[in-house]
Design a protein around this ligand. Structure first.
Ligand code: FRU
Length: 484
């Protein structure tokens, strides 16, 4: 169809021509309209809207001077991209960070009647870095008095100076209630190979409380983008979960997010054990953090991550835009053989995407579009598998065998942009797999075993869309849902 109208195309035809440059643009995952994106930042809910800020370089499809891009959604499914919220300034690029609603105007950046939203981010000064200094990352504030629409930088930035450590970034701030009933702000900051906890009563003056992580957990790379989240264990007790992204050193090489479960008191985080555990065993889930200020009736910890990997993020075959975010997920605790683990379930809103669904009785089906959800029960936990394919013979194989859940993207299409991209990506699962839920989009797959007890997220670039799915063995009650 494309070649047919090369010589004489009317405007109408051009409009409906498949845009091959956009063939990898997801249908229901967030991507910036143009330019580069990495980490989600400043996630905050206010007045019925989920705000999403993100590391953004609008002038190129590779990483550069970082801005905070901005998008909002009322349902976590449809995102509207808004004007850029924060631009680099004389103090540096705007690196990752978080945002809080300062209801009591403790920062005095708004008024009691109109409290501010406050963003806390890292300033990265490229000139100081080039000059060989070590203290080029500091923490700064910006605030919004119109519920997140527009932002102003705090005049007395930075609010935390650098003590001479190269990697000193990604502040995640949350409000805690202390023993005496007083509220205070708690910041978790990534500091080279550990996190530090800081406390403040006004978001401007911070004091160091304690630190965690030296020699504990995975240390194949620098620690980045932490998040400290209070959560309910299945027995009702309160636990604290610490997410820490590391790059490199992930289970599939490159970037990944590990977590620790434990207790947190007065600046001291005590993990239940020191095992290394991963939030997602796939290669393409990094720097994810949770939303702040969710209404308590939502009763969930809502999380989203960057769906790429620093090993190849800047060379994946998309043009105009680069990188999508993962699906929004709800993170919670569950128990296996007396041990608490972290589970990530697709956000409850995602069922609203479901259009037509098909139940499969034989073991093969055509796919209705590039936006598809596949659900199945596992009838044989020791061995199951399914294969997605297109007419070019490219394949994605999903399986469990010998206690390993695997996404095999070795033959998944374009892979030659990176030496290690074409790989079989495995995760150990020692407990029983009962169900699988798979989300396919134009250039990604997200596999949730037992509603997120084990997760694998991967990006893929099939030369033509997946056409067919074949259920080889071990799966039952199969349902295919068109999300488009
Ligand atoms: C994580 C990260 C952060 C940093 C940001 C810069 O992907 O390296 O540590 O703030 O990206 O864009």
């Amino acid at each position: 169809m494309v070649s047919l109208c090369i010589l004489s195309c009317t405007q109408q035809e051009i409009k409906f021509m498949p845009n091959t440059l956009e063939q990898f643009r997801p249908g229901y995952h967030f991507t910036p309209d143009i330019g580069w994106m990495n980490d989600p930042n400043g996630l905050i809910y206010i007045d019925g809207e989920y705000h999403l800020f993100f590391q953004h370089y609008p002038d190129s499809t590779v990483w550069g001077p970082m801005h905070w891009g901005h998008a909002v959604s009322k349902d976590l499914l449809n995102w509207e991209e808004l004007p850029i919220a924060l631009f680099p300034d004389s103090l540096g690029y705007i690196f990752s960070g978080s945002a809080v609603y300062d209801v009591e105007n403790s920062s005095e950046l708004g008024t009691k009647e109109n409290p501010p939203l406050v963003a806390i981010f890292t300033y990265h000064n490229p000139l100081q870095e080039k000059a060989g200094a070590l203290n080029f990352q500091t923490q700064g504030l910006a605030y919004s008095v119109d519920k997140g629409k527009t932002w102003s930088k705090y005049a007395a930035n930075p609010v935390i100076l650098n003590p001479g450590i190269r990697d000193f970034r990604d502040p995640k701030v949350t409000q805690i209630t202390k023993k005496d009933g007083k509220k205070s702000w708690l910041m978790t900051l990534a500091v080279k190979d550990k996190v530090q906890f800081y406390e403040s009563s006004n978001l401007k003056n911070w004091s160091l409380l304690g630190e965690f992580g030296k020699g504990i957990g995975a240390h194949g790379g620098v620690w980045e983008c932490p998040d400290l989240i209070p959560m309910k264990a299945p027995d009702g007790s309160e636990k604290w979960v610490l997410l820490v992204s590391i790059n490199p050193g992930g289970p599939q090489k490159g970037s990944a997010t590990q977590y620790f479960i434990g207790d947190f008191k007065q600046g001291v985080f005590t993990p239940d054990d020191t095992m290394i555990r991963w939030l997602d065993y796939g290669p393409d889930n990094y720097a994810g953090v949770t939303w702040s200020n969710l209404p308590s009736e939502q009763d969930r910890n809502l999380w989203i991550g960057w769906m790429s990997n620093w090993d190849y993020a800047q060379v994946v075959p998309t043009s105009k835009w680069r990188s999508a975010l993962t699906l929004p997920r709800e993170v919670s605790l569950f128990e296996v053989d007396g041990t608490l683990l972290l589970k990530s379930t697709p956000a409850r809103e995602l069922v609203q995407l479901r259009k037509t669904s098909y139940t499969i009785s034989n073991n093969e089906s055509l796919l209705p579009s590039t936006s598809v959800e596949i659900l199945a029960e596992v009838s044989n936990d020791t061995q199951f598998s399914l294969t997605l394919s297109n007419e070019l013979g490219e394949e994605l194989v999903i399986s469990k065998e010998m206690g390993l859940v695997t996404l095999d993207r070795r033959k998944s299409g374009k892979t030659d942009f990176n030496r290690d991209f074409a790989a079989a990506l495995s995760a150990p699962m020692s407990w029983e797999a009962e169900s699988i839920r798979i989300f396919l989009d134009a250039s990604s797959v997200e596999l949730f075993v037992n509603e997120g007890e084990l997760v694998l997220t991967a990006i893929l670039f099939p030369a033509t869309p997946w056409k067919k799915v074949k259920f080889n063995q071990g799966l039952d009650a199969i349902k295919i849902v068109d999300l488009q």
